[in-house]
Design a protein around this ligand. Structure first.
Ligand SMILES: *Cc1c(COP(=O)(O)O)cnc(C)c1O
Length: 468
């Protein structure tokens, strides 16, 4: 399996060549040259596998430059009941007939990003040791990415993490989770701006190829292909748990921001997994919902980016969206480059053609939007009727899933975080304190390691220079 860029750089690259990369050199995103196809007989064989075995089978289709025995070891070390709280790793929780939550948030930071990041920690350490290299991870987070990356990389040999977050915009719990890490290889940088300012700085630093090379800069942002690949696995796993046989179809609703999670669903569907619909649920920051309703992709500025009670979805542009659009336009790289390299950069967005818009349904995509009042009502309703507490992001998903459910088709809502991370809104909704795992009690009062910086690329570069 080789990889290409959505903007036309067709240099064939192996998995390990892009493992430590973010953007391709031409500014595009990496995708496999073709999606491996999985037939019904293969699905039937995979149905009975444990999560780790299933992960090994799927990853093997995309990774041909890590010996199978090594890959198996890395995967087995990652997906354990000890790290993810149960042997099922991502168990289904039925709410009512045909409606399920798929629990993706029982890893160390209580959000679904652990699913990919814990594997990445293993892959990075393995690859760096094998090549005698070192890596300085530069990332931007609105909350969950940062903590998941830091918990995956803390203490790992050959790796440092420089994590940018918008100052004061994460929940107190998220801040405590990240800033309380005392590992010397973890650097928290709080940026005076919004998430997209952080993301722009990461892109600017990555585009400075000389700096990038000199300081061994890499990324674990959601544009990293290995991360996306790791997320493909739980769509298969959820499918097998919600169905009896291979002919059946299921729908997924995915609380979405940067389009990484749902893009993994798109990849699973392109491989032949019988997914009917992929429903993108957004919060008040409805860039994606607007696109799927109108065909108009309109990036928002800082002033139009709302701070919401589902903060991990507070984005103004969706960094993985280019991957889907590349497939939507028939893998036409010049067209993709014109849309994302030119139109987004110059005009802040684009409108796809009528023809392209008409093709979206064939890819299964649908969408919906949920606002603060919906979130509260959904959290309350789910608590009162089922005794199940959902976090604010999952509530956005559940609200939209209820609108999009189809008769006779199981709907799986991806549970992307635990309520303990967003206690304030849970209290507002149901007047009850969400339970917190014992290991995380009292973390708000631990000493903090964080550096505040202005939204200035040069200042961030200087900090990295001083600490590598
Ligand atoms: C990151 C995150 C999302 C959004 O996922 P994307 O891959 O960015 O679309 C949703 N919910 C939670 C809790 C998250 O941490």
């Amino acid at each position: 399996m080789k990889y290409l860029s959505t903007r036309g750089d067709a240099t064939p690259r192996h998995f390990c060549e892009i493992l430590l990369e973010g953007l391709a050199p031409d500014g595009g995103l990496y995708l496999p040259q073709a999606y491996p196809q999985v037939d019904a007989a293969t699905l039937a064989r995979w149905r009975k596998l444990s999560y780790a075995e299933l992960a090994f089978q799927i990853l093997s289709l995309y990774i041909d430059d890590i010996p199978a025995a090594d890959l198996r070891t890395l995967v087995d070390r990652t997906y354990t009941a000890q790290v993810f709280g149960s042997a099922e790793i991502t168990p289904l929780k039925p709410l009512e007939p045909g409606l399920y939550l798929q629990a993706l948030s029982n890893g160390p930071t209580l959000a679904f990003k652990d699913m990919a990041m814990q594997l990445l920690g293993q892959l990075f350490e393995y690859q760096l040791a094998r090549t005698g290299r070192e890596l300085n991870i530069l990332g931007a987070t609105s909350g969950d990415t940062g903590s998941a990356a830091e918990y995956a990389m803390r203490g790992k040999r050959g790796v440092r993490v420089f994590m940018l977050s918008p100052e004061g915009r994460m929940s107190p719990f998220q801040q405590a989770q990240m800033f309380s890490l005392q590992d010397p290889n973890i650097h928290n940088l709080a940026i005076e701006g919004v998430f997209d300012d952080c993301q722009d700085i990461v892109k600017a630093v990555s585009n400075d190829l000389a700096f990038k090379q000199r300081h061994h800069i890499g990324t674990v942002n959601s544009i990293n292909w290995a991360r996306l690949l790791a997320q493909v696995v739980y769509y298969f796993f959820g499918y097998f748990r919600a169905t009896q046989a291979e002919g059946e179809v299921v729908d997924f609703t995915v609380p979405s921001g940067n389009f990484g999670n749902i893009c993994a669903g798109h990849v699973a569907r392109m491989m032949g997994l019988p997914i009917g619909r992929l429903v993108a649920a957004t919060n008040e920051n409805d860039v994606l919902d607007e696109f799927f309703r109108t065909g108009h992709y309109r990036v928002r500025g800082s002033r139009e980016t709302f701070e919401t009670s589902s903060p991990s979805m507070d984005i103004s542009k969706a960094s993985n969206f280019e991957r889907f659009v590349f497939d939507l336009v028939g893998r036409d790289a010049p067209r993709t480059a014109a849309l994302f390299g030119t139109a987004v950069a110059r005009e802040g967005g684009f409108r796809v053609s009528d023809d392209e818009f008409a093709r979206i349904a064939g890819f299964g995509f649908a969408s919906g939007k949920s606002v603060h009042a919906d979130r509260l009502a959904t959290i309350r309703d789910t608590w009162q009727r089922f005794g199940t507490m959902v976090d604010t992001h999952t509530a956005d998903g559940l609200k939209v899933a209820r609108e999009q459910r189809r008769d006779g088709v199981p709907m799986l809502v991806l549970e992307t975080a635990l309520p303990a991370k967003f206690a304030e809104t849970i209290r507002e909704a149901v007047g009850v304190e969400p339970p917190r795992p014992p290991a995380l009690q009292g973390i708000e009062s631990l000493p903090r390691r964080v550096q505040v910086l202005p939204a200035d690329t040069e200042r961030v570069k200087a900090y990295i220079r001083d600490h590598t």
